[in-house]
Ligand binder design. Structure first.
Ligand code: B12
Length: 213
């Protein structure tokens, strides 16, 4: 017999949004699963979807259905996963870089940061370097978080770093990057201050960089 989390993972892989939302209700009602366990199953489901896309079993519509299944489940799980804290942990500007429209991982990080007491300005997806830099200037952000899910986004990331330098802001804001297909080596090549691959380590890196700023 499969447990709730295994069924939840399968519903996402199958792109069954009603099923994933119903199972999210069960997860909340049972109250046993930790956020780390839930994220592990969610990520493993999307890894599987990505693998099926790579081998030609899935196409874009299947990936979109799975994305929708995550979105519906997250709307149920949000308050269970992220207990809101009061306080002003810092100001964050976040978005997915130009040429990239993936947003599931970004949205999860936005929710986690808000829950951890950060003021988050979410610029959405396909965001230009100018829009990021203007928002950093306008808000006096402490942290700039760049989501980039395809490796072809490297020029877009480099453009943001270059524009921050031109505008004299590079030393005033700590920059983090992350997202599927991202690695520490990729982040190093781009020249950001921090990289993380999951929710927990993103919060840790943000906390560490806030301490340094
Ligand atoms: C769903 C999906 C889509 C959906 C996106 C829907 C949506 N609303 O987001 C759709 C169908 C639109 C899509 C389109 C494409 N996709 Co796609 N997609 C995926 C898939 C299957 C899942 C992504 C996901 O949501 N993962 C789950 C989340 C929770 O994980 P995450 O994104 O990694 O986020 C976590 C961390 O990375 C981190 N994080 C996220 N952001 C940030 C930011 C910072 C600063 C930090 C510190 C951390 C952090 O925290 C998150 C929470 O844990 C991945 C496969 C995979 N292995 O991930 C491919 C994948 C990313 N896609 C891929 C490709 C190629 C494409 C397309 C180019 C396909 C095409 N031919 O058109 C287009 C690109 C469109 C575009 N211009 O952006 C490739 C990228 C390959 C590469 N090396 O570049 C992948 C890896 C699939 C594959 N294996 O080939 N895709």
């Amino acid at each position: 017999m499969k447990g709730t989390l295994e069924k939840f993972e399968l519903a996402i892989i199958d792109g069954n949004a009603d099923g994933s939302a119903d199972l999210a209700d069960v997860i909340v009602a049972e109250g046993r699963a930790t956020p780390a366990e839930i994220f592990a199953h969610l990520s493993s489901a999307m890894e599987e979807v990505g693998a099926k896309y790579e081998t030609g079993e899935y196409f874009i519509p299947e990936m979109l259905r799975s994305a929708e299944a995550v979105e519906k489940a997250m709307s149920v799980l949000e308050t269970y996963l992220f207990e809101r804290k009061d306080g002003q942990a810092g100001i964050v500007v976040m978005g997915t870089v130009k040429g990239d429209i993936h947003n599931i991982g970004k949205n999860i990080i936005v929710s986690a940061l808000r829950a951890a007491g950060y003021e988050v300005h979410d610029l959405g997806v396909n965001v230009s370097a100018k829009k990021f830099v203007d928002k950093v200037k306008e808000t006096g952000a402490d942290l700039l978080l760049l989501s980039a899910f395809t490796t072809s986004t490297k020029p877009a990331l480099l453009e943001i770093i270059a524009l921050l330098k031109t505008e004299g802001l590079r030393d005033r804001v700590k920059v983090l990057s992350g997202g599927a297909s991202h690695s520490q080596a990729f982040a190093d090549e781009v020249g950001v201050d921090g990289f993380a691959a999951d929710v927990k380590s993103t919060l840790e890196v943000c906390r560490r960089l806030m301490g340094e700023s």
